[in-house]
Design a protein. Sequence first.
Length: 420
Amino acid sequence: MVSKAVRLRNIPDNIIKRFMKCNSTKPSMGTDPEFFVADKNGKILAADTFFPSKHEPMELHGDTREVKVFFDGIQAEFNVPQSTCRESVAYFLRIALARTNNILKKNNVMLLEPSVRVRASVLKNADPEARIFGCAPDINAYTLTQNTPEIDASRHMYRYAGGHIHVGMSSNYIRANSIEYKIAKTEAGHIRAIKMFDYMTGAIMVMTEKGAASKRRRASYGSAGCFRPTPYGVEYRTPSCMWMKSPLTMSLIFGLVRLAWNLIIEDLDEEFVKLVGYSHEDVRGIINESDTVAAKKFLKTAIPYISIISTSNHNPLSILSLRTSKNGYLDSPTEAVKNISAGKEIFIRGGGKPVFTLPAFLYMLKRGFNSFIDTIDNEWNFKKQNSFYTNNGIANCSYVKLEKNTDFEKFQKNFLTNTI
């Protein structure tokens, strides 16, 4: 049974207190996203023209850790070091994006799309290794069957780019009887985690990845529940590469995956699902059908509950996630509502107007999420090598894009006073 949306102010305090503690664990996170190479006219090129095979990958060093790039079929792929800090993962991804951009130079570009059509001449002339689908089978968390389709790569003219997220334990010294160890090391734990990853990110991905290219990929390689077990945990294979367009979208998706991990560790995941009122099967259907209407209804119901999880920026959609405030964070999720409703000033260190990330996300979604995302080089600040930690992530990106937007200021005030 699907529940109706509730207002945050009507959520009982005992529920808020239980869910606000879901912020203590930082699982190891990494990614091996794929991308396409196109010429200046937008025509897809075989990535083997620019990069070596996965057997001898090109190393793009960042600090003392390796970032690698290689061709994997027609598309190319990054390997990015794992970290318990998603901002660190983003830092290494930025290195990969910037240095790859330099390799491609002015005549070619990285294309971050879920699927593209490839010309027959490109397939014919590509490296033999690039003319096959190299993906090993993955598993469906809902059916426990292999769900990688059998496709004749020589006749199938479309190619697909994933944005797979790797998640593992927060430490190598986690005890074997702990919930986190069981999530990372057992089949039951993997299934529980993947279903919750879908629940926290699936509808958002449907709303931010609209269009025929996304639907086409979900039908072949990005359906709900796609994963592979790994020695350290799981590889969540449902997301496409589109979150890579901006540190804003990366922060959003990785942050929500981490929240899902924390919900399970606190043994609150099933309670969360019951409170929201949509089943795992409901969300599975939203993803697989690319049902934007149902996704919108789900988000309206789920977001008040998502917003109360944790008191820190572990939650990229928290009502508490001000860019800066007098005490770092507000004392409770409803304090922001009370202060805005009463016309009280919200302190911003260094001046400026407050931008709450939850209404910021909803505003961007309503106005067209992609309309707020610039070119890759501008989003990731390729030219400003030391600017990452002050200009990226959903909180800071939202602030930069919306702080002087008077239309957003009205939207945010209406949201805080009449919706939450």
